[in-house]
Design a protein around this ligand. Structure first.
Ligand SMILES: [Mg+2]
Length: 263
């Protein structure tokens, strides 16, 4: 029965969207069989895009690190939340920005003027250990004065080798709460992010499946746009999170390695 369902699912699939953190690696450790999936996709000529909410590396660094880790992925095959944010801010007409970003990601936003006092947009990404009351209070003042709150994503937690870690959604939700404004969310699970990836692949939603370890951002986001959602039980996956969620994946796999023989 399971095999029939799987074959049926994959018979319509012409391309894949793949999450990377927690799916291909955890921390700096490549997961077993992960590299074989990229090889199988290349062998089958199946187009794919890496769609990642990673907000602590520039696109160029992320690309270099993936290759160093043994994943032969091309830079144009990576769609990151910071990259999508740059496209969004260009559409907004290059507004003045207050950037709550890791120094390594700021280089991707060089084209935008920055201001601490009259920014039109507050961009919230990852600041690692740089989060302070001062920086959050500055963002609060700007949003209260009318600046748009743009969140690269609103993730609750992410998986590191040492276990689950607090993610930036906590800061985004905090700013929303205090300012009584709603953030524009750029990365997964926002529909515009999935649309950007589908357009880049040149495929329609019913031809594409999304593979990820986050039942809300990856599986739920994809399904809401009409894609198939495949959940892998690695990275941030926990049985309890999947059980309490209303989202039902089209397929659940032990790890991404299980994809290779299905292609
Ligand atoms: Mg992930």
């Amino acid at each position: 029965m399971g095999d029939v369902v799987t074959a049926e699912l994959f018979s319509h699939i012409k391309g894949l969207l793949l999450d990377i953190n927690g799916v291909f690696y955890v921390g700096n450790r490549l997961l077993p069989g992960a590299a074989d999936v990229i090889k199988a996709l290349r062998d089958r000529d199946m187009p794919f895009r890496i769609v990642t909410n990673n907000t602590n590396e520039s696109l160029a660094t992320l690309h270099r690190n993936l290759n160093k880790m043994g994943l032969p992925i091309k830079q144009h095959e990576i769609i990151s939340a910071p990259y999508a944010a740059v496209l969004y801010l260009r559409q907004r007409g290059k507004p003045k920005c207050f950037l709550l970003l890791d120094d390594k990601v700021v280089s991707d936003f060089q084209e935008f003027p920055v201001s601490e006092t009259d920014a039109e947009v507050v961009v919230v990404g990852d600041m690692g250990d740089g989060w302070t009351y001062r920086v959050l209070n500055r963002a609060f003042h700007l949003i209260m004065k009318g600046a748009e709150l743009v969140a690269l994503h609103k993730g609750r937690y992410w998986q590191w080798e040492a276990g689950l870690q607090l993610d930036i959604g906590a800061f985004v939700a905090g700013l929303e709460y205090s300012t009584e404004r709603t953030a524009t969310v750029i990365g997964k699970p926002s529909s515009s992010f999935f649309k950007l990836a589908l357009d880049d692949l040149g495929l329609t939603a019913d031809e594409v499946a999304m593979v990820g370890d986050d039942i809300e951002a990856d599986v739920g986001g994809a399904q809401a746009m009409g894609l198939k959602g495949i959940l892998v039980k690695t990275g941030k996956y926990r049985d309890t999170f999947a059980e309490k969620s209303d989202i039902v994946p089209d397929l659940t796999l032990a790890s991404v390695a299980a994809i290779a023989p299905m292609l």
